[in-house]
Ligand binder design. Structure first.
Ligand code: P6P
Length: 326
């Protein structure tokens, strides 16, 4: 059976030409990021960059390299009015004052895993630029996740995969590292409604608020508890890797807010982590909320705002929600 390439798949879809070009540009940039990552120590790209980002995090060399590659490749394709990145304090407006889209991304999510050779990824979100032909400001990026035009991630794992939605389902593509082509390998991805697998950083248990504590205790109780089935646990500490597992076989991913900083709504960022992942999961039949609100309905107040995340298999996410919010 001949598989379509990403290009052929996008042409066959009803995606507008500018969106097709944007997605192709992001995909080809991620193929180059995959190549840089695969060099490991041989490429001199491991370790800290010696700089920090707006999140207060130590940047890895590859954080900066991936960010620069995404900016350079996407600044010239004529589809974007501006870009925003986890690695940049402010948005980056572009000259093209009538280009149709805005691109937001986490160029290298999970980069703390880079130096120990564990899967990392790139997450991206596409929003519509203002209708009026004018330069954009940060305000133009503050759109709820339900307004995303497209969303996706590339997971740099044993295989390099692109998982993409343009609002009509989710498709998985695998990179042929020899030719640089992306091939449709998982058309119509769906998240099973039920699961026996959950993902949470259990080392934070003593900081969780009561609803999460009671829910996880019931997961741990397995067959002997109120849920009545045994569960398995996974935590890669790379959201793209954990979410890709859920997109592939189901599960629930949780990063709740906790008592370490009650004013901090969560660790993960809404605009370029939670929103694109929530769009993908919902398009695949799953669910995503922050403990009380559907993630895609959250009205953003800042480019780097954080949010609690519960996402994955719909019945399990709904079960978690039923325990109440903290
Ligand atoms: P922790 C990576 O830094 C990240 O933003 C996500 O990719 C990941 O799910 C989470 O943080 C891991 O957080 O506290 O377990 O290291």
């Amino acid at each position: 059976m001949s598989r379509p390439t990403l290009t052929e798949h996008l042409i066959a879809s009803d995606a507008p030409p500018a969106l097709r070009l944007l997605i192709e540009t992001v995909a080809q940039t991620c193929a180059r990021i995959a190549d840089a990552i695969s060099q490991g120590a041989l490429g001199g790209v491991l370790g800290d960059a010696g700089t920090g980002n707006v999140q207060g995090e130590q940047q890895k060399k590859l954080d900066v390299i991936a960010n620069d590659m995404m900016l350079a490749a996407n600044a010239r394709n004529g589809t974007l009015r501006g870009m925003a990145s986890e690695e940049m304090d402010d948005v980056s407006p572009l000259e093209a004052s009538d280009a149709p889209y805005l691109l937001l991304f986490d160029p290298l999510d999970g980069s703390s895993n880079i130096d120990v050779n564990v899967s990392v990824g790139t997450i991206f979100s596409v929003l519509a630029a203002p209708r009026q032909p004018r330069a954009v400001t940060a305000e133009d990026f503050l759109q709820p996740g339900r307004d995303q035009v497209a969303a996706g991630y590339v997971v740099y794992g044993p295989a390099t995969m692109l998982v993409l939605t343009c609002g009509r389902g989710v498709d998985g593509f695998t990179l042929d590292r020899h030719t640089g082509s992306w091939w449709l390998t998982q058309p119509g991805m769906t998240v099973p409604a039920q699961t026996r697998e959950y993902a949470i950083n259990a080392s934070n248990a003593r900081h969780w608020f009561d609803p999460v504590k009671r829910y996880v205790d019931d997961l741990l109780a397995g067959k002997t508890g109120p849920i009545g089935k045994d569960y398995n646990m996974r935590w890669v500490a790379s959201m793209v890797a954990d979410v890709h597992r859920i997109m592939s076989r189901g599960g629930v991913f949780m990063y709740p807010r906790d008592a370490r900083d009650p004013d901090k709504p969560g660790k993960l960022r809404l605009m370029y982590e939670a929103n694109p992942m929530a769009m993908l999961v919902e398009q695949a039949g799953g669910a995503a909320h922050d403990g009380t609100t559907r993630i895609l309905d959250i009205a953003p107040t800042g480019i780097h705002q954080r949010v609690a995340v519960f996402l994955g298999s719909r019945e399990e996410v709904e079960r978690a929600a039923a325990y109440g919010s903290d």
